[in-house]
Design a protein around this ligand. Structure first.
Ligand SMILES: O=C(O)[C@H](O)[C@@H](O)[C@H](O)[C@H](O)COP(=O)(O)O
Length: 260
């Protein structure tokens, strides 16, 4: 398991802008070397902040949007078009303003879609879609995501994997239904830790004082069932993108040298 790398930025706006610049470069490099790129998005303020920064980035259209696959790490299990759905917010922040290939935008099913209110069936369908997209060289039954982006909750949850709930304990399936989530809405769909860990790079975004304790817990050796963010590692890189407020409770030994 690779050691998490930390980058701390002055504030959440700069963190989002720097993360957006970093993501553009990552996508451009992947497209230059493999002809396409694959990114997993997340919801929440920091996840959407990154997308908004991407939409406003001067180098935005260095990305060949038609050769980018977008997946989601989790979704609130609500009707299509519900303003609380992560994909709805992603469309508003970025997706509706760039020329993506519609068939390469892999939204998770809505609660009024083909699987109705059955979150487990919807999760299974998404797992099947991931498996179909996986190549022979990929790890298990999900494609080799170039970057999988996660926000971090104040309770250390990532995606919709909440401390001590069944989903964070899943070791076989790649996508599961989540019920009773402490962060509304209660019913969700989420990638599991094994699916998250199949990504080449996992980037965790955390900004604000309210994340400082979660960041310190997750980076100080806590177990992944008690602190799901602690189990979010990429195969070749695990990158924590923080602002100074979210890094404020880190032991100095963990604080990256380049930060103020
Ligand atoms: O559905 C969601 O809400 C997200 O996928 C969730 O995992 C989010 O990323 C974290 O809760 C952090 O959210 P904030 O960035 O808003 O603190």
């Amino acid at each position: 398991m690779n050691t998490p790398q930390l980058v701390v930025h002055r504030d959440k706006e700069l963190m989002a802008q720097a993360a957006a610049a970093r993501l553009i470069t990552k996508i451009v490099d992947a497209q230059a070397s493999r002809g396409s790129a694959s990114v997993v998005l997340t919801g929440g303020r920091n996840g959407n902040g990154l997308l908004a920064a991407l939409a406003a980035a001067p180098a935005r259209d260095a990305v060949d949007w038609g050769r980018l696959d977008l997946w989601w790490g989790d979704e609130r299990f609500l009707p299509e078009g519900d303003p609380e759905r992560n994909v709805t917010q992603a469309r508003e922040a970025l997706l509706d303003s760039v020329p993506l290939a519609p068939e390469r935008v892999h939204a998770m099913p809505a609660s009024d879609g083909p699987y109705g209110s059955d979150a487990e069936a919807a999760a299974e369908a998404y797992a099947t879609e991931l498996a179909k997209a996986a190549g022979p060289e990929d790890h298990g039954s999900v494609p080799a995501f170039d970057v999988l982006v996660l926000g971090v909750g104040p309770d250390t949850h990532v995606a919709s994997l909440f401390p001590e709930l069944p989903a964070v304990r899943e070791t076989e399936r790649t996508v599961v239904g989540v019920h009773g989530a402490p962060k509304p809405p209660p019913t969700r769909i989420s990638l599991t830790l094994p699916a998250i860990r199949s990504a080449r790079e996992v980037w965790l975004l955390a900004a604000g004082e309210d994340k400082a304790e979660a960041v310190a817990i997750a980076l100080s050796g806590a177990g992944e069932v008690q602190a799901p963010a602690a189990g979010a590692h990429g195969r070749s890189r695990t990158l924590w993108l923080l602002d100074t407020a979210a890094a404020s409770q880190l032991p100095r030994s963990l604080y990256p040298p380049a930060s103020p």
